[in-house]
Ligand binder design. Structure first.
Ligand code: NAG
Ligand code: NAG
Ligand code: NAG
Ligand code: ZN
Ligand code: ZN
Length: 442
C-alpha cells in the first residue's frame, strides 16, 4: 500500500505546475461559473451588502474587532459552519468540506482605521474617528459570501476549506498571530484579496513573485539639553540635531541601496518643543522603511539605528531607537507563489474573461500582512476592482473619502469560492497522478 505522507507535498506541488488546467474535468470551470451566478442572486448579494454596511457603520480597530467577530460567528452559526474562536484575540477560523486533507485557506481581515469618514451616505461610520477606509468591511462580507456559497456545495468540495477572519491587518500583524496559533497547521495553500478603487468592477490584477513590499516602523528620541532660545550656547538643541539625522537617513536609499532594488525610508513624524522661545529637551522622530527582500529590510533596520545614534552623537545628543517589534512586527514582503499564480489566472480568466485579468500588475511599496502566511505556506494575493464611478477620480484607500462599489462583492465571493474548490480538485488530481506514477514504477 502506498501511504501518503506530508513529505510528498513537495512533489505534488511541483506536479501542480506540470498539469495543465485543460486536463481538469469541467467540474471546476462549471462550478466557478455557477458560483458567480449564485453570488449575484439577491439571496447572497443583498445579504453581503447588508453585512458590509453593518460592519461599515461600526468600524473597530485592530484587536478590538469584538462586534465584527461576533457578527461573523452569528452568520456562521446560521449557516451551520463550525469554527474556532477566539484565535489571535478576535479572529475566527471556520471549516467547510470533508474535515480532512487537503486543506486550503481563504482569508479576510476585519480591522478599520483611525480616520474620520467624510463620505455622507446612509451607512456612514457611526464611530467618530474610525472608518473602514481600507475596505476590510467588504473583505469580511465577501468571505462570508463565499462561505454561504461553499456551504451549499459542501458535498462537491474535495477536501477542507478553511475560512480565516483575521484581526489587525493595519500594522498589528494579526496574520502572524493566526500563524502562531497553529490554526493553519494542515493548510497547503492560502488565498487573499484586496479591494482597489482604481480598478473597474469585474476586473482583477496581480502578478507572480513580489507584489508588495515588506515594511517596518521606527521611532527615535533624540535628547539634548533644553534652555532659553535666545541663549543657544547653554543648550544642546535637539531640533537642529534631529534635522541633521533626518537628512542623513536620506542617504540610505539614495547612496547605499542598489538603485535596481526599490527601497523607501520616510520620516513621517517630527515632534518636539512647543514654545517660540524655548529649546526643548528632546525631539521624537519616526517613520517607515520598506524593501522587497527580507535581507534588504534587515539591513535598513540596522543602518537606521546606526545613523540615528551616531549622527546624534556627532552633535552631542543621545538617541534611542525603538522598532516596536512587539506591537508592530516587521512585515515581510508579499511574494506570490508562481504555481498559484497560474491557478489564479486560469480561474479568474474563466470566471471574468481573460481581458479582465491583469496578470502582470506592477508591484507597490505598500505592505500587507498576508505576507506572514506566505512565509509558512504557499500563498497568493490579488487585487479586486471596486471602482465606484468611472467619471469621478477614484478616492484611494486610507482616505476619508473612500467609496466602494458594492457590485463588486459577488466577484470577490465567487473568486474566493472558485479558487479554493479548484485548488482542492487540482490537488486531488495531482495526488492521484503521483500515486499512479509511483505504482507504475513498482
Ligand atoms: C467539457 O465540456 C465540453 C462542453 O461543455 C465537452 O465537450 C467536453 O467533453 C467536457 N470535457 C470533460 C473532460 O468533461
Ligand atoms: C489537521 O488534520 C487532522 C487530521 O485531519 C485533524 O485531526 C486536526 O484537527 C487538524 N488540525 C487543524 C489545526 O486543523
Ligand atoms: C547622554 O548620556 C550620557 C550617559 O548617560 C549622559 O552623561 C549625558 O548627559 C547625556 N547627554 C545628553 C545630551 O542627554
Ligand atoms: Zn490598509
Ligand atoms: Zn487593507
Amino acid at each position: 500500500m502506498f501511504s501518503f505522507k506530508w513529505c510528498h507535498l513537495l512533489i505534488i506541488f511541483h506536479v501542480l505546475v506540470a498539469t495543465p488546467m485543460s486536463s481538469l474535468t469541467n467540474s471546476s470551470d462549471q462550478l466557478s461559473t455557477k458560483f458567480l451566478d449564485i453570488a449575484k442572486k439577491p439571496e447572497v448579494f443583498d445579504w453581503m451588502v447588508k453585512i458590509r454596511r453593518k460592519i461599515h457603520e461600526n468600524p473597530e480597530l485592530g484587536y478590538e474587532e469584538f462586534e465584527t467577530s461576533k457578527l461573523i460567528r452569528v452568520e456562521l452559526d446560521k449557516l451551520g459552519i463550525p469554527y474556532k474562536h477566539p484565535v489571535a484575540v478576535t479572529g475566527v477560523v471556520g471549516f467547510i468540506g470533508t474535515g480532512s486533507s487537503p486543506f486550503v485557506a481563504i482569508r479576510a481581515d476585519m480591522d478599520a482605521l483611525p480616520i474620520q469618514e467624510r463620505v455622507e451616505w446612509e451607512h456612514k461610520s457611526k464611530v467618530p474617528g474610525k472608518m473602514h477606509a481600507c475596505g476590510h468591511d467588504a473583505h469580511v462580507a465577501m468571505l462570508l459570501g463565499a462561505a454561504k456559497i461553499l456551504k451549499q456545495h459542501e458535498n462537491e468540495i474535495q477536501g477542507t476549506i478553511v475560512l480565516v477572519f483575521q484581526p489587525a491587518e493595519e500594522g498589528g500583524g494579526g496574520a502572524k498571530k493566526i500563524v502562531d496559533s497553529g490554526a493553519l497547521k494542515n493548510v497547503t495553500a492560502i488565498f487573499g484579496l484586496h479591494v482597489v478603487p482604481e480598478i473597474p468592477v469585474g476586473e482583477v490584477a496581480s502578478r507572480s513573485g513580489p507584489l508588495m513590499a515588506g515594511s517596518g516602523v521606527f521611532e527615535a528620541i533624540i535628547s539634548g539639553k533644553g534652555g532659553h532660545a535666545a541663549i543657544p550656547q547653554l543648550s544642546i538643541d535637539p531640533v537642529l540635531v534631529a534635522s541633521h539625522v533626518i537628512i542623513s537617513l536620506q542617504d540610505l536609499v539614495s547612496r547605499e541601496a542598489d538603485p535596481l532594488e526599490p527601497q523607501v525610508v520616510t520620516v513621517s513624524k517630527f515632534q518636539g518643543g512647543g514654545a517660540f522661545n524655548v529649546i526643548p529637551d528632546y525631539v521624537t522622530i519616526g517613520g517607515t522603511f520598506r524593501a522587497f527582500s527580507r535581507e534588504g529590510l534587515k539591513h535598513l533596520k540596522q543602518r537606521i539605528e546606526q545613523v540615528i545614534i551616531d549622527q546624534a552623537a556627532v552633535q552631542r545628543c543621545n538617541a534611542s531607537v525603538n522598532f516596536h517589534d512587539e506591537d508592530k512586527p516587521l512585515y515581510p514582503p508579499t511574494i506570490n507563489n508562481g504555481d498559484l499564480h497560474k491557478l489564479f489566472v486560469d480561474v479568474a480568466g474563466n470566471l471574468l474573461g481573460m481581458d479582465k485579468v491583469s496578470a502582470d500588475n506592477p508591484p507597490v511599496m505598500a505592505a500587507e500582512d498576508f505576507a506572514f502566511y506566505q512565509v509558512v505556506i504557499p500563498g497568493y494575493f490579488f487585487r479586486l476592482g471596486v471602482e465606484y464611478d468611472s467619471s469621478e477620480p477614484p478616492q484611494s484607500l486610507h482616505t476619508p473619502y473612500l467609496k466602494i462599489n458594492e457590485d463588486a462583492l459577488p466577484y470577490g465571493a465567487a473568486l474566493h469560492a472558485s479558487l479554493a474548490t479548484t485548488y482542492l480538485i487540482k490537488y486531488q488530481q495531482d495526488v492521484a497522478k503521483v500515486v499512479g506514477e509511483y505504482h507504475d514504477k513498482l
